[in-house]
Design a protein around this ligand. Structure first.
Ligand SMILES: CC(C)(COP(=O)(O)OP(=O)(O)OC[C@H]1O[C@@H](n2cnc3c(N)ncnc32)[C@H](O)[C@@H]1OP(=O)(O)O)[C@@H](O)C(=O)NCCC(=O)NCCS
Length: 227
C-alpha cells in the first residue's frame, strides 16, 4: 500500500470546516453531483459526528510545518484547550484533502428525501408533516447514509479514500451509531466499495445527479470490516 502523505490527520468535521468542504467538493465532483454549500452546511451542522475529514499540514514559506502544528507545551495546551478541540482552531493551518459526509436516514437505502434539507420553522425546528419527517438527517434512523466521499485529485489513487472510509466504518461500528451504512455509487465505482465490504443491492430510485445509481450497503453489526 502507498504510504500516507506526511502529517496526515483524520478528525470529525464541523460547521467551521464548511469553506474547505465546499471548495474540495467543487473541484472533485461534476456540478450535477455536488451537494453545494447549503446542503453541506446543513449536514455538517445536523450530524458532525457522522462527518470525517483527512487533513495535511500546510508547510510554511520556509518549507517547514507551521509552529502552531508542532507539539504544544503544557502551558499552551491548558490555555487554549477548548479552542484546540474545535474545528476552527485546527482547520486554519491544515488543508482538507479528503472527506466523508453522512447523515442518518429512516429507510435501508438513500432516497431523494434523505438527500434533501427539511423545511425548518422560524425557530429552527423541523416542520412536522409526514414528508418532512423523512427529509435530511433522521436522528432515530438505523442507516448511516454516506452523502458524499471526495479525495483531492492531487491525492487520488494513494489509498486515502480506502483509508478514510475504513476508519469511518470502524468508528461508526465501535460507537454503535446505527446498524448499517448505505451509499450511492455509479457502475464504475461499485468494485471500489465491494472491495471495502459493501454489497451491491442493485439500482436505486434516486433521481439526484440525473439518477443511474446503485444502492450499496454494509452491516455494522457483523463485527468484521474487510481489509
Ligand atoms: C472515488 C474516490 C473517493 C477514491 O479515493 P482514492 O483515494 O482515489 O481511491 P484509492 O486509492 O483508495 O483506490 C482504491 C481502489 O479503487 C479504485 N478506484 C478509485 N477510484 C476509482 C474510480 N473513479 N473508478 C474506478 N475505480 C476506482 C482504485 O483504482 C483502487 O484500485 P486498486 O486497489 O486495484 O488499485 C476518489 O477517487 C474521488 O474522490 N473521486 C471523485 C469523487 C467521487 O467519484 N466520489 C465517489 C462518488 S460515489
Amino acid at each position: 500500500m502507498a504510504p500516507l502523505p506526511e502529517h496526515v490527520l483524520i478528525r470529525p468535521l464541523g460547521s467551521a470546516d464548511i469553506d474547505q468542504v465546499v471548495r474540495l467538493e467543487s473541484y472533485t465532483l461534476p456540478s450535477n453531483e455536488r451537494a453545494g454549500r447549503e446542503k453541506m452546511r446543513y449536514r455538517l451542522h445536523a450530524a458532525p459526528e457522522l462527518c470525517s475529514g483527512m487533513f495535511v499540514r500546510v508547510p510554511t514559506k520556509k518549507g517547514r510545518c507551521s509552529k502552531r502544528d508542532g507539539p504544544r507545551s503544557p502551558r499552551s495546551r491548558s490555555s487554549d484547550s477548548s479552542a484546540s478541540n474545535t474545528s476552527t482552531a485546527s482547520s486554519s493551518s491544515k488543508k482538507l484533502i479528503a472527506f466523508v459526509v453522512a447523515t442518518k436516514c429512516a429507510g435501508e437505502y438513500l432516497t431523494d428525501d434523505a438527500l434533501a434539507i427539511p423545511d425548518i420553522d422560524r425557530i429552527g425546528y423541523r416542520k412536522p408533516n409526514e414528508v418532512n419527517e423523512q427529509r435530511g438527517h433522521v436522528e432515530t434512523g438505523n442507516t448511516i447514509a454516506i452523502d458524499s466521499i471526495c479525495v483531492d485529485p492531487e491525492y487520488q489513487g494513494m489509498k486515502l479514500g480506502t483509508t478514510l472510509l475504513r476508519d469511518f466504518v470502524q468508528r461508526m461500528s465501535t460507537q454503535s451509531v446505527a446498524g448499517r451504512v448505505a451509499l450511492l455509487a455509479r457502475d464504475d465505482m461499485v468494485p471500489f466499495y465491494e472491495n471495502l465490504g459493501f454489497y451491491d443491492a442493485g439500482p436505486s430510485n434516486v433521481k439526484f445527479g440525473g439518477g443511474g445509481w446503485h444502492n450499496l450497503w454494509m452491516s455494522l453489526e457483523d463485527g468484521e470490516i474487510d481489509d
